[in-house]
Design a protein around this ligand. Structure first.
Ligand SMILES: Nc1ncnc2c1ncn2[C@@H]1O[C@H](COP(=O)(O)OP(=O)(O)OP(=O)(O)O)[C@@H](O)[C@H]1O
Ligand SMILES: [Mg+2]
Length: 350
């Protein structure tokens, strides 16, 4: 995997999206005006080379749609995608091909990414052959190398998915994804279906791959405890928008959006000393077809001001590399999420 090792390739945007939107038509009844679900709504986001970016938010917030749209597996209704500096949306076919060849996706159900009629060896060899990754004679050696890289043994090449455990299948799915020699993997709930101990093994594997081959990972997950452990930065999605993003520790220790504060507060036993917010998250998000005016979170926000209930969504504000779309001032935020002395110090330090 030496060809992927570029230790100094960190800290430049590998993939960037700007004001990206994805809308799905929903069928109304007879005579009802055609409506759309705005699954992704003017999202701007970047992922650096070699970085792990967590994407969190409740079910239906648009995480999978955004992940797919970033890889051009979903058609955007507006916005731009840049991969390694090249504009992909409306771009050259060769740029889209390059994006496809240098990115891969792994999914929640490890069995779904493998063909039950193929052995693991055949499945991985197919990728190597179709994408001309190595000479034909070198394929078996490369298959063994990839299996070893994900913690399986070369003997697993002769097994079929049915003969493997869930964790081994997920490793095999990752090996197949790595056969592409991707720069970026979008991992969509890739450990959600696994036992806790196996989850930890797969997380360690992803962390190891990040170190060894400089792989960038978009890690889509519900489990904030895992995201906190694994990700360099995190982006929080609510009803199609990114409402907060920044370095993981900053976002988790000093959340600046009440929605993030509520999500963080719900992490079990994250920090026994942490004062819990007075207003935990309640109710369900509104339907994505008819979004409320103003901040889409206002119907569930205990701190909403009159300004939050009207007009357009709040603009994204920045404090250094911490971005958040909330109009509450820092005084109000401190009331939402009372901080310990240590955290106040941390918060003031940036
Ligand atoms: N192909 C589709 N056609 C119509 N609506 C869709 C389609 N795919 C997603 N949606 C809608 O878009 C919104 C976002 O869905 P998405 O699957 O991206 O959310 P998610 O954050 O990944 O949710 P989960 O955590 O449950 O996986 C939802 O309202 C969903 O119903
Ligand atoms: Mg999803």
């Amino acid at each position: 995997m030496t060809e992927q090792s570029e230790p100094d390739n960190n800290r430049w945007p590998l993939l960037e999206v700007e004001a990206l939107s994805v809308a799905f038509p929903v069928s109304g009844g007879f005579g009802v005006k055609k409506r759309v679900v705005q699954a992704v709504n003017e999202v701007s986001l970047y992922i650096n080379a070699g970085e792990t970016l967590g994407l969190v938010g409740e079910s239906g917030s648009g995480k999978s749609t955004l992940g797919r749209a970033m890889l051009q597996l979903e058609t955007a209704s507006a916005g731009r995608v840049r991969f390694r500096g090249q504009l992909i949306t409306d771009g050259m076919k060769s740029d889209i091909t390059r994006l496809r060849q240098q990115t891969a996706m792994i999914f929640q159900d490890p069995f779904s990414s493998l063909n039950p009629r193929q052995t693991l060896g055949e499945s991985i060899a197919e990728v190597l052959r179709v994408h001309n990754k190595v000479a034909k004679a070198a394929i078996p050696a490369r298959v063994s190398e990839l299996l070893l890289l994900v913690g399986l043994s070369p003997e697993h090449a002769s097994r079929r998915p049915q003969a493997l455990s869930g964790g081994q299948c997920q490793r095999a799915g990752i090996a197949r994804a790595l056969a592409m020699e991707p720069r970026l993997i979008v991992a969509d709930e890739c450990v959600a279906a696994l036992d806790v101990s196996i989850q930890a093994q797969i997380i360690n594997l992803l962390m190891d791959l990040r170190e060894r081959i400089g792989l960038a990972i978009l890690f889509i997950a519900h489990d904030l405890a895992i995201v906190r452990r694994l990700c360099d930065r995190v982006a929080v999605m609510y009803l199609g928008r990114i409402i907060e993003s920044g370095p993981t520790q900053k976002v988790f220790n000093t959340p600046r959006h009440p929605y993030t504060a509520a999500l963080v507060a719900a992490i079990p036993e994250i920090d026994p000393d942490r004062p819990l917010p007075q207003h935990p998250l309640q109710g369900e998000p509104p339907g994505p077809v008819s979004l409320p005016a103003g901040c889409a979170f206002h119907p569930r926000c205990a701190h909403a001001l009159p300004a939050c209930r009207q007009g357009v969504a709040p603009e994204t504000r920045h404090i250094a590399d911490h971005a958040f779309a909330c109009v509450l001032d820092s005084h109000s935020r401190d009331r939402i999420y009372p901080m310990t002395e240590e955290r106040l110090h941390e918060a003031k330090a940036f």
